[in-house]
Design a protein around this ligand. Structure first.
Ligand code: F6R
Length: 602
């Protein structure tokens, strides 16, 4: 995920910016850049790849006197990771850095292009700096121009702007993306999280959505829709490791909590008023395609399985899912009317990459769904959709799975639109449900403590079964995988209707069954499957909006008429259960034994 740093003061600015960006490295990035105004001189450096490339480019540059400066690490969303797409973005005499997504950037860009503005990058961010300069060229008032600019932006942003038109000032605005201001005597810092300014600033103010203003002469002037406001600073934390985790105990925990936010990012500009749009996809991608095959591994395979229900149900297109390592050697029969989809968080998984190459050799059109732009799988595919989850550090995947599933759901609707298999009524329902998804991923005050409490009863036993039907079967597989990865307890996911065909032989009081019992999908069917297990004395943890008396433990979820909303809420419950069991067992939650985040070997 992108990172921002800004500094106003008399210390060496280049080093402050580069050190700050270094502290943001853990968030993941694929290019970086800085811009500095000192002695009325604007300097700008950008580099693709690691920060050492930017250090190398700036090694002969020093900035000593008073000045203003901004820096950024970019994780590509709109446009490839290239130098032109790296921030800070420049106009004729100003520079801007931005985190978030400007939803109406295309509209703004068109207006500016009509006025003769030339865009250098493919990013949404560049519109901010051109809009600012357009306003400034009319009113010659930088502060007014900045306010007029942010008033025009829709979407999420945390942004900093510097300009030769007012070379001792940093302008800032925040709405939906994090930003804070650090203080140390007359030095002012800006950052997208605590880590880059720990050890430099002593006090901090965390900006609220809708706040904006400017820093000048060591002072910060803060405004919101009601005008100028006062604010109180607080002491800045001193523990960097803790700050990287935003106060959570583990990266996995932070990532579970981030899911609601990243889901907004995943949908931004794609879930529109009346349709799904993927501007990165060629409109003809699905022409002459009558079949979809998806290949993936592990958690990504589970999102693929979920998608197979959605593609067939909504888009009415046959969809088969294969584990990549199996697909490679089964001598599969491939037909050219098949779209070959690969799903990968890292984009580097060897088995998935090889499966993709095989499909390409057979002449199939390919699409990848991936979290890392420019990764091997993205580069190898004909087309790619990025999941925009931001870097995932916990080895056990959480937000990557959530965003993959979301992209696949959107894709199912997109194909249904293209193939005209969805009527306007159903389309409206699906889009409405999608917009509710971030809410269904919010973790309320009671659920996490409840899972912590429950976890102590599930530390032994001879195994776990996670069971579900339909869309909830892949979720059961994923719940079981999460648990076994970080608890080292044996867990299996099973379609609940299959239990009686063998596994029910294991049922006794020491067999723990986590039953996913959504109200919106086959509730009565799964209920009777769970009753069969209860009758054999299995210990049952029921997750459902509907109280279930026979269960030993019960976690109440929200009733929602759309199964995907129940899906995402139950997903969070299973993630928290795995996390809390692992914590109680004293395991390394973020780096479980024997596992690697990116599996680049066969
Ligand atoms: C589980 C997990 C793995 C990965 C699998 C594929 O939590 O993360 O099962 O899903 O190794 O990796 P990607 O998605 O990077 O291809």
């Amino acid at each position: 995920m992108c990172g921002i740093i800004g500094y106003l003061g008399k210390n060496e600015k280049k080093e402050i910016l580069l050190d700050g960006l270094q502290e943001l490295e853990y968030r993941g990035y694929d290019s970086a850049g800085i811009a500095i105004i000192e002695n009325k001189q604007l300097k700008n450096f950008k580099a693709v790849g690691r920060l050492k490339n930017l250090r190398e480019k700036t090694k002969d540059y020093e900035s000593v006197g008073f000045g203003v400066s901004i820096g950024h690490t970019r994780w590509a969303t709109h446009g490839k990771p290239t130098e032109l797409n790296a921030h800070p973005h420049m106009g004729a005499y100003s520079f801007v850095v931005h985190n978030g997504i400007i939803e109406n950037y295309q509209e703004l860009k068109k207006e500016l292009q009509t006025d003769g503005v030339k865009f250098l990058s493919q990013t949404d961010t560049e519109t901010i700096v051109h809009l600012f300069e357009k306003n400034h060229n009319i009113n010659n008032n930088p502060w007014q121009s900045f306010q007029d600019t942010i008033a025009k932006l829709d979407g999420a942003y945390a942004t900093l702007l510097i300009t030769e038109a007012d070379e001792e000032t940093i302008y800032f605005a925040k709405n939906g993306s994090p930003m804070l201001i650090g203080f140390n005597e007359s030095d002012v810092y800006f950052a997208s999280s605590d880590t880059p300014i720990i050890g430099k600033a002593t006090e901090v103010y965390y900006l609220e959505d809708g706040e904006f203003g400017y820093a000048k002469d060591g002072k910060v002037f803060l405004f919101d829709a009601n005008g100028e406001k006062t604010f109180s600073k607080q002491a800045l934390a001193t523990d960097k490791a803790m700050a990287q985790k935003d106060g959570y105990r583990f990266f996995m925990e932070k990532e579970i909590y981030e899911q609601s936010q990243v889901m907004n990012d995943t949908m931004m500009g794609r879930v529109l008023e009346d349709k799904i749009d993927f501007e990165e996809l060629d409109k003809n991608l699905f022409d002459n395609i009558s079949n979809i095959k998806i290949c993936a591994c592990g958690t990504s395979y589970h999102s693929a399985l979920t998608a197979s229900y959605l593609f067939e149900r909504i888009a009415k297109i046959p969809c088969q899912v294969e584990i990549a390592s199996e697909f490679r050697y089964k001598e599969p029969l491939l037909r050219e009317d098949t779209l070959f989809i690969t799903i990968s968080q890292s984009g580097e998984t060897a088995d998935t990459l090889e499966a993709l190459k095989m499909a390409k050799r057979a002449g199939l059109r390919s699409l990848s769904i991936c979290n890392v732009d420019n990764s091997s799988i993205v580069r190898e595919s004909d087309a790619a959709v990025l999941t925009r989850a931001g870097i995932e550090k916990g080895v056990a995947s959480t937000k990557a799975f959530a965003t993959q599933t979301m992209v696949l759901w959107m894709l199912a609707i997109y194909v249904a639109q293209a193939k005209k298999t969805i009527d306007s009524e159903l389309l409206k329902e699906e889009l409405n449900a999608m917009r509710q998804t971030p809410k269904s991923l919010l973790i309320n005050d009671s659920i996490h403590p409840k899972m912590t409490r429950l976890s102590k009863r599930y530390l032994h036993g001879h195994g776990f079964f996670f069971i579900g039907r339909d869309l909830f079967f892949p979720l059961a597989l994923e719940g079981a995988l999460k648990l076994k990865e970080i608890s080292y307890l044996h867990a299996e996911g099973y379609p609940s209707g299959e239990m009686k065909h063998g596994p029910i032989a294991l049922a006794d009081a020491e067999l723990f069954t986590v039953a996913l019992m959504p109200k919106s999908l086959h509730y009565e069917k799964i209920k009777s499957n769970v009753e069969e297990l209860c009758a054999r004395d299995a210990t049952v943890l029921a997750i459902s909006p509907e109280p279930f008396d026979l269960a030993d433990d019960y976690v109440k979820t929200t009733y929602d008429s759309h199964p995907m909303l129940e899906f995402f809420e139950m997903m969070v419950v299973t993630q928290l259960l795995a996390l809390e069991i692992s914590v109680r067992l004293g395991n390394d939650v973020d780096m479980p034994r024997n596992l690697a985040k990116s599996v680049t070997v066969e």
